[in-house]
Design a protein around this ligand. Structure first.
Ligand code: AMP
Length: 404
C-alpha cells in the first residue's frame, strides 16, 4: 500500500495530513490523488465516509500551492459545490485543516445565514470556495464573487445535488466559469441524470470506483426489524436503553416526525434533539456539537438535514421510517461505519413500508434479513396493507438472542 508521501505532495500538506492522524491513504485517496494531480477530469463513485474529501482536497491544494508562487491577487481558483450547508461546512473545514500550513485561504458560503459576513470574506479574497448552489448564485448576482479564474471545479455528492433540484442553478453557475478547467465529480450513486450531467461537463474523465456502485458501505451491519408502526417509538427507546447506545442518529421522513419523536424520546428519559430544515442554522450547529460531545444521546434527523454530517465513530443509525428515495438509505447508513469503523444500521419496518424496502433491495443488490424483535413481534391482524410480495415466504422469524 502507498503512503501519503509517495504521491509527491507538498510537504506542508503532508504535515497537515500527519496532524490529522491519517497513516495511510484510503482506497479512494490512493486511486484519486495521482489522477487529480495530473489535471485530468474525474468521475468517482465514492460514498461519504470513504475519505473522499481528502481525495480531491489534497491534490487540488497541491496544484494550487505550486501555482500560488506567482499569484499576487487572490481570486477563487478551486470551487467546490455541495448540496447542503452541513456538507459545505465540513468540506470547507477539511480544506482549512489540510491547507493549514499552505497559506491558501478557504471561504465557505451557504444559505440561511447573513450575506454580509460572507461578502466581507469574499472581498478579502479566497483561493478555495466551498458553496451551496443557491447562495453562490446570490453572490454572483450581486457580483460579490468572481469565478473567471477558477481552474478546478468539484461536484461533491453530485447525485444529491440533482435529487435536490439544483440542476438549473448548476447550469447558471457554469456560465460564470471558464470553459477550460479541471472538473471532478463525486457521487455515491449513479443514475441517468447523473451520467447525462457528467457527459456534458467532464472531458475524457478517469472513472474511479472504490466500492461497488450503488452499494452500501461494507463495514455496516444492516438489520430490519418488522414492527408495528404504533410501537416504533417504544422499540426505539428500548433499543437505545437496553443496549446502552450512547450516540444514535435516527432518521425520519418529515420535520413533524422529527419534532414529535424527539419529544417522545425525551419523555422516555433519552436526551434527544431534532434537526431539520426548519431549524435555524445556529440550532442545527448547536445540536450537532452537543451530539458530538455526547451531551445529546439521540439526534433525530430528516434526510436533507443529515447530509454531510461527519460524526467520528458513530456506531448506530436507526431508520425509524424508510426514505421514499431509496438512495437516501445508502446515504443514511453511510453515516456510520465511516473510515473503517464498524457500524450497525437498524431499520424499523412497518408493514406499510415493505414497498420501500423492495426499492432499497434493488439498489443495494442484496436483501436485508427481516427479523422480529422478541417482545415486539408485529400484530399481524392490524396495521397491515397487502405488500407487493408474499409476506409468509419472505419472513424469517428471529429466534436467537437480541444482538448487542
Ligand atoms: P469523508 O468521506 O471525506 O467524509 O471522510 C470520512 C472521515 O474519514 C473523516 O472523518 C476524515 O477525517 C477521515 N479520513 C479521511 N482520510 C483518512 C485517512 N487516510 N485515514 C484515516 N481517516 C481518514
Amino acid at each position: 500500500m502507498k503512503s501519503f508521501s509517495s504521491f509527491g505532495l507538498n510537504p506542508v500538506l503532508l504535515k497537515a495530513v500527519d496532524e490529522q492522524g491519517y497513516q495511510l491513504p484510503t482506497p479512494i485517496q490512493e486511486a484519486t490523488i495521482p489522477v487529480v494531480l495530473t489535471g485530468q477530469d474525474v468521475l468517482a463513485g465514492a460514498q461519504t465516509g470513504t475519505g473522499k474529501t481528502a481525495a480531491f482536497a489534497l491534490p487540488l491544494l497541491h496544484r494550487l500551492s505550486e501555482q500560488k508562487l506567482n499569484r499576487t491577487n487572490r481570486s477563487v481558483a478551486i470551487l467546490v459545490l455541495c448540496p447542503t450547508r452541513e456538507l459545505a461546512q465540513q468540506v470547507g473545514e477539511s480544506f482549512r485543516q489540510y491547507g493549514a500550513y499552505s497559506g491558501i485561504s478557504v471561504g465557505v458560503v451557504y444559505g440561511g445565514v447573513s450575506l454580509n459576513i460572507q461578502i466581507k470574506e469574499l472581498r478579502d479574497g479566497v483561493d478555495v470556495l466551498v458553496a451551496t448552489p443557491g447562495r453562490l448564485l446570490d453572490h454572483l448576482a450581486r457580483k460579490t464573487v468572481i469565478l473567471s479564474d477558477v481552474t478546478s471545479l468539484v461536484f461533491d455528492e453530485a447525485d444529491r445535488m440533482l435529487d435536490m433540484g439544483f440542476l438549473d442553478d448548476i447550469n447558471q453557475i457554469l456560465k460564470s466559469l471558464p470553459k477550460e478547467r479541471q472538473t471532478l465529480m463525486f457521487s455515491a450513486t449513479f443514475d441517468d441524470s447523473l451520467f447525462a450531467l457528467s457527459r456534458r461537463l467532464l472531458i475524457e474523465p478517469q472513472l474511479i470506483e472504490v466500492n461497488q456502485r450503488n452499494a452500501a458501505a461494507g463495514s455496516v451491519e444492516q438489520i430490519a426489524y418488522e414492527v408495528d408502526k404504533s410501537r416504533k417509538r417504544e422499540v426505539t427507546s428500548y433499543l437505545i436503553g437496553s443496549r446502552n447506545w450512547h450516540q444514535v442518529l435516527i432518521f425520519v421522513r418529515s420535520k413533524k416526525a422529527a419534532d414529535s419523536l424527539s419529544a417522545e424520546l425525551k419523555k422516555d428519559g433519552i436526551d434527544a434533539v431534532a434537526i431539520h430544515g426548519d431549524k435555524s442554522q445556529g440550532a442545527r450547529e448547536r445540536a450537532l456539537a452537543e451530539f458530538k460531545e455526547g451531551k445529546i444521546r439521540a439526534l433525530v434527523a430528516t434526510d436533507v438535514a443529515s447530509r454531510g454530517l461527519d460524526i467520528q465513530q458513530l456506531k448506530y443509525v436507526i431508520n425509524y421510517e424508510l426514505p421514499h428515495n431509496a438512495e437516501d438509505y445508502i446515504h443514511r447508513i453511510g453515516r456510520t461505519g465511516r473510515a473503517g469503523e464498524n457500524g450497525l444500521a437498524v431499520t424499523l419496518l412497518s408493514a406499510d413500508e415493505s414497498w420501500l424496502l423492495d426499492a432499497i433491495h434493488k439498489i443495494i443488490d442484496t436483501r436485508l434479513l427481516q427479523q422480529w424483535l422478541p417482545g415486539f413481534e408485529p400484530d399481524l391482524t392490524q396495521d397491515f396493507t397487502p405488500p407487493a410480495r408474499p409476506r409468509k415466504a419472505s419472513r424469517k422469524r428471529y429466534r436467537g438472542k437480541p444482538r448487542s
